[in-house]
Design a protein around this ligand. Structure first.
Ligand code: SF4
Ligand code: SF4
Length: 192
């Protein structure tokens, strides 16, 4: 069970509280578990759409933009670790190449948001219309938007621990990013 899963220790702690507190704590644990699940599923759908836009370029790229420093963020962020545990990758961490494999990134979910944000010039210049260009730029920001203001103004991937995380706000943002994604028929229609 992942970091936010309701494991035996968490259940034992919940049982030691009165009924009202039990309900509050159980509700918080459920909200965080739900957040991990929905964030990961949103990320994988965004990834699928971005692959449709970018894989023709990335698969033959002579100078890939992936860096071990970026990969390491997925290793060090408790939130990204929780997502990675829920959506387990088929690859293991490699200190030389991070999560990068011969077939691209090996992480199913839990990639740093910056990995989605960056769109290189050839990809931007290949977009056939201004509308399509704008849609691709918006798509690239949806993971980042889903994790904003997790505690104060800090992004969820920046937090050193997952205490006092604003799960309700994050769930609302995940819903908002999912709705924006559903409206992006342009990307889906142009899938390669
Ligand atoms: S985004 Fe651009 S620079 Fe990065 S791997 Fe793809 S083609 Fe290469
Ligand atoms: S996309 Fe994957 S391999 Fe590339 S920098 Fe991000 S985590 Fe590393």
């Amino acid at each position: 069970m992942g970091l936010w899963g309701v494991g035996p220790l968490a259940r034992w702690r919940v049982q030691g509280l009165n009924r009202h507190c039990q309900e509050i704590v159980a509700s918080m644990l459920n909200a965080k578990s739900d957040l991990i699940e929905r964030y990961g599923r949103l990320e994988m759908e965004i990834q699928r759409r971005m692959n449709a836009c970018c894989s023709a370029f990335c698969s033959v790229c002579k100078s890939p933009c992936c860096r071990v420093e970026y990969c390491r963020e997925a290793l060090e962020s408790p939130f990204l670790e929780a997502v990675r545990q829920r959506f387990a990758p088929a690859v293991h961490w490699n200190s030389d190449s991070g999560w990068l494999t011969a077939k691209g990134c090996g992480l199913a979910a839990g990639r740093p948001p910056v990995c989605y944000e960056f769109l290189c010039r050839p990809i931007l210049e290949a977009q056939p219309t201004p509308e399509r260009l704008e849609a691709v730029k918006q798509l690239a920001m949806l993971v980042t938007m889903a994790g904003r203001r997790a505690r104060g103004n800090r992004h969820v991937v920046e937090l050193e621990d997952l205490e006092r995380i604003n799960a309700a706000r994050l769930l609302a943002q995940v819903t908002s990013s999912s709705a924006a994604l559903a409206r992006m028929e342009l990307i889906e229609a142009d899938r390669v």
